[in-house]
Design a protein around this ligand. Structure first.
Ligand code: PGA
Length: 250
């Protein structure tokens, strides 16, 4: 049985005081009976140290939302994987559609970032997903399959089994439009099949594949109970402890 991973993505929200307040409230709401679900929060860089400290005995993991693919250098404004490792980060999101759309993230840079992260113990959450136009043209499987192939290129099978892939249809992010549980499961199964063809059945059985895009307390349970959906990447509904805990307790 694969454990589920429910991950929050705070994007560019909250300051340090708000992050600490969230952590305190969230710890109060958490019970210890999380036998089959792990919890992660991916916060802006400035809050990572404080959040890691605030959550240190809770079992809740902390991650970043981006990294650079070089060790160091003249890359103004960027953060290296070594810098994230120094903060004890558990995960790092790679290739979120907002980064692909607004910051020229490509499959090539995603691939380099994945390789670089595997020089550390930080696990990647690789985001893939099609746009509305691509789905309307029935190209979603081709688009997502190509992203998976290009982004995982050159990784070893044991590394790929440590990657978390988040299927996030762009048309469902922040829009209130959720993929139906069937649409989401169908794509997660397709991603698993693609991983199996590229890296073998054992890896396909192990790899965690999340769904993301307007996951809320009222739809988490139906999505997370699907056979190929191993968790959720949650934006808006992860900002408040009371809605995020409902998703964790789906
Ligand atoms: P949303 O964002 O839950 O607000 O749609 C998901 C994401 O962008 O990861």
């Amino acid at each position: 049985m694969r454990r589920k991973l429910v991950a929050g993505n705070w994007k560019m929200h909250k300051n340090i005081a708000e992050a600490k307040a969230f952590a305190a409230e969230f710890i109060d709401l958490l019970d210890n009976k999380r036998d089959n679900v792990d919890v992660l929060i991916c916060a802006p860089f400035t809050q990572l140290a404080a959040l890691k400290e605030a959550l240190k005995d809770s079992g809740v993991m902390v991650g970043a939302q981006n990294c650079h693919f070089e060790d160091e250098g003249a890359f103004t404004g960027e953060i290296s994987v070594g810098m994230l490792e120094e903060l004890g980060m558990d995960f790092c999101i790679v290739g979120h559609s907002e980064r692909r759309q607004y910051f020229a993230e490509s499959d090539e840079t995603c691939n380099k970032k994945l390789h670089k992260l595997f020089e550390t113990s930080i696990r990647p959450i690789l985001c893939v997903g099609e746009s509305l136009e691509e789905r309307e043209a029935e190209k979603q499987f081709e688009i997502v399959g190509n992203q998976v192939k290009a982004d995982l290129d050159g990784l070893k099978a044991d590394q790929v089994s440590q990657v978390v892939i988040a299927y996030e249809p762009i048309w469902a992010i922040g829009t209130g439009l959720t993929a139906s549980k069937e649409q989401a499961n169908e794509m997660c199964a397709y991603i698993r099949q693609t991983v199996g063809q590229l890296f073998g059945e054992e890896v396909a059985e192990k790899i965690l594949i999340q769904y993301g895009g307007s996951v809320k307390p009222n739809n988490a349970s139906e999505l997370l109970n699907m056979s190929d959906i191993d968790g959720a990447l949650v934006g808006g509904a992860s900002e408040k402890s009371d809605s995020f805990i409902q998703i964790v307790n789906y």
